[in-house]
Design a protein around this ligand. Structure first.
Ligand code: NAD
Length: 497
């Protein structure tokens, strides 16, 4: 079958800068590989610092122009709503681009990534007209009027990973535009196509040219140039803890605002009184969905010994029943991981654990001969100290560790024994146990009897999972600076007196 790839119109390995397709200054290109076959199916521009400079200048000019012509909150809202609609109108093209770029099953792209992107843009559209400062009554002598203004932080640089390229772009674009900030986005080099298409549509939806620029290329080249550019007021980064640590340090040196959403090794705690069938379904989908390439995936399972065997068997059975294969087949539930290197890294963790005495439930399923597939795997007989338990694997691999105690402090200590702190999940029929765990877990997000997220809830990490929050009110306010204004009335009276 010859597949027509719906490449963004006129893209031809170009950036999208100032509302126009722009060739990379150095003229270089990067190949784009389909993870399901290993075949190169297109190229993107390999940007350099010169491209970033051009994009930042376009963004700065766009913000100046928007202030002059007053691009109002209502207009920003309308533009984001129109973009959400455009994403839906082009749903099939976006789904195909996302699946070809990342290997994720087309059914997931259609059911999750594309509608999730539209919903995200709609959610943030609403915030554009609702950001406010506040007024205060002061205690200093004389009459004053005092209030705060919430102003856009300035031009923002966005750097995102390859696991949810379209939704990842929307998580950052939505709040930035709502707050009135112009954006330079550096998508992951493996998966830049959907962001380019989004940028092209944004202009047609009323986002002024220059307000949303996309520069493609390698992280240490274009990503680093974006972080270092003096015209960028804030960096919002999602990716690995190693890169995020470097970026946070670079931003601190420049006193640049920064939000870093990093890795995780999120615990799932299952008590004996939990609904095991519901827990098994949710836990399996949380770690196997998107081939485990989800930052908030629950990857360390702590389960009460009395139900451990039953739960692990249920989870492994769900994994074994997943349809693995061609991501373009609508029946496929599990596609390949992003690259050969990522597959090798995941298998290194699994094989390392097996060598150290771990047992494996699942994982021995026949996989397609071509492409970077990893079978859903549950590792037992593992403990803290093993790399598979301590490190983020970012693949469909769950480590199961039974516990005997009923002491919530001891259980929380097991779960908290990680350098990460992104998400935590609790499954129990007891409300008091649920509350007890919520207060003891060190994580940016805790979900009880569910693994579903929502854009209205702030998301982010503690410890090495990063700092700052995306989504919800906190996510939009992160794109603003507060200005405190005090106006003395007496002075005014004197002036007019
Ligand atoms: P990565 O850090 O290697 O790359 C992420 C992005 O950073 C890419 O666009 C890359 O090009 C860029 N980059 C790389 N080096 C850079 C540099 N020196 N300067 C500037 N930019 C640079 O991460 P990855 O391996 O591609 O992505 C997977 C990671 O992302 C996982 O650790 C995962 O947990 C994390 N993640 C976190 C969240 C969250 O919200 N916390 C969400 C999704 C993914």
């Amino acid at each position: 079958m010859t597949l027509k790839v719906p490449l963004p119109l006129a893209a031809e390995a170009r950036h999208f800068i100032g509302g126009a397709w722009t060739p990379p200054a150095a003229g270089d290109r990067l190949p784009v590989e389909n993870p399901a076959t290993g075949a190169v199916f297109t190229e993107v521009g390999a940007g350099t610092a010169a491209d970033i400079d051009q994009a930042v200048q376009a963004a700065e000019s766009a913000m100046v122009a928007a202030r002059r012509t007053r691009w109002t909150p209502a207009q920003r809202q309308d533009a984001l709503l129109a973009l959400a609609q455009a994403v839906e109108r082009h749903a099939e093209d976006f789904a195909l681009l996302e699946t070809l770029d990342t290997g994720k099953p087309i059914s997931n792209s259609r059911r999750v990534d594309v509608p999730g992107t539209a919903a995200t843009l709609r959610y943030f559209a609403g915030w554009a007209t609702k950001l406010t400062g506040e007024s205060m009554e002061l205690s200093q002598p004389g009459e004053t009027t005092a209030y705060t203004l919430r102003e856009p932080v300035g031009v923002v640089g966005h750097i995102i990973p390859w696991n949810y390229p379209l939704m990842g772009a929307a998580f950052k674009l939505g709040p930035a535009i709502a707050a009135g900030c112009a954006v330079v986005l550096k998508p992951a080099e493996q998966s830049s196509l959907s962001a380019l298409k989004l940028a092209e549509l944004a202009v047609a939806c009323g986002v002024p040219p220059g307000f949303f620029n996309v520069v493609t290329g390698l992280g240490p080249v274009v990503g680093a140039a974006l972080v270092d550019h003096p015209g960028v007021a804030k960096i919002s980064f999602t990716g690995s803890t190693a890169t995020g640590t470097q970026i946070a340090a670079d931003c601190a040196r420049q006193m640049k605002r920064v939000t870093v959403e990093l890795g995780g090794k999120s615990p799932v705690i299952v008590f004996a009184d939990a609904d095991l069938d519901a827990a098994a379904r949710a836990i399996a989908m949380n770690i196997f969905f998107n081939s485990g390439q989800t930052c908030s995936a629950g990857s360390r399972l702590f389960v009460h010994r009395s139900v451990a065997d039953a739960l692990v068997e249920k989870i492994a059975r769900i994994g074994a029943a997943m349809t693995i294969g061609d991501p373009l087949d609508p029946a496929t539930q599990l596609g390949p991981v992003i690259t050969q290197a990522q597959r090798a890294r995941i298998m290194g963790f699994v094989e390392g654990a097996l060598t150290q005495g771990a047992s494996r439930a699942g994982g021995d399923i026949a996989l397609p001969a071509q492409g970077y597939y990893v079978a859903p795997t549950v590792l037992g007989s593992v403990q803290a100290g093993m790399a598979a338990v301590d490190e983020e694997i970012f693949g469909p691999v769950l480590c199961a560790i039974p516990f005997e105690t009923d002491d919530l402090d001891e259980i929380a200590a097991l779960a908290n024994a990680s350098r990460y702190g992104l998400s935590a999940y609790v499954w129990t029929g007891s409300l008091s146990r649920a509350h007890g765990m919520v207060s003891r877990l060190r994580a940016g997000t805790v979900r009880v009897n569910s693994s579903a997220g929502d854009i209205a809830m702030p998301a982010g990490g503690v410890r090495q999972s990063g700092f700052g929050r995306e989504n919800g009110r906190a996510g939009v306010e992160a794109y603003t600076e507060l200005k405190s204004v005090t106006i003395a009335h007496d002075h005014q009276a004197r002036d007019h007196g």
